[in-house]
Design a protein around this ligand. Sequence first.
Ligand code: PHE
Length: 346
Amino acid sequence: MLEKINQLINEAKVFEAKLPQNIEQFRIRFLGKKGIISELFKEFQEVPAEMKKEIGLGINTLKNTVLDKITYLKNSLDQISDYHTKSDLSLPGDLLKVGSRHPVSTVMNEIIEIFSHLGFVISEGPEIEDDNHVFSKLNFPPEHPARDMQDTFFIHKTSPYDNGIEDVLLRTHTSSVQVRIMEKQKPPIRTISPGRVFRNEAISARAHCIFHQVEGLYIDKNVSFVDLKQTLLYFSQEIFGEDTQIRLRPSFFPFTEPSAEMDVICKICNGRGCNVCKYTGWLEVLGCGMVDPNVLKSNKIDPEVYTGFAFGMGVERIAMLKYQINDLRLYFENDIRFLEQFTYSI
Ligand code: PHE
């Protein structure tokens, strides 16, 4: 009997299968109800006591050999079929995960595109600026609160001993680029300046110390407030949708006179009032106005001949209104779950 068992063990060891059904036949032959192993166990009952240990061991070895063989054959057949699927050249390829544009870039590009249709060209200026370009030449009086340490990041703050040296600071608005353009270009000027700005603010859902603005400047003969209003209406309807209404509220900026702030109607409640618009029906979008004659003069443009308008908007703010994002910090955390929602914009 022992000899028969050893023969069966060898047979199981050399067995090979090409198809899954060969494995199944093999399994039934050995492990089936009336299979070889259960027959051997029946015979085992008749085995004399002194042989029981050796024969029992043999039957168990046979059983384990068969089980191992089945697992081995199943795995190798799976691998072969995997290989065939993977090498099927007619199957579509694996999708590559691509990144997406940041919502701030997308909206910035959209703003640039809209104004380029109106003939505005892009101009850029430095982020590290001096007092002249950020404040003085924009008609900020020396004691204006925006010059204060609490609002502005200074890189070098002059002391009474710094003879003739100016404050060096991070620009708090892109209006500084207006000055740089006026210094080197004669009217007509029609330009937008996108860029990063910095303010010394505590970070919260509604404020950040770094954000982006797009500045607009248009100077020519006979430019009036009507041109400003029409430009802003066109822009708002392009970016927020055709049915967008705007309103201008009187405001103050040192570099524009008259000055205004523009609101767009709240799309969530259609002007009826909700918690997003704080029950006013309107959302503030940008600051604007007619370029103050003092600014034209300090940049050697004759205010008797030329007039102009300027506006400045926060890009994060526009994106918040467009996509209903309620926390500024989301833009800077780079959380994939937030960014992935904008993948379509590639
Ligand atoms: N620079 C202003 C701000 O940062 C915006 C503005 C730009 C207002 C141009 C009027 C004209 O708030």
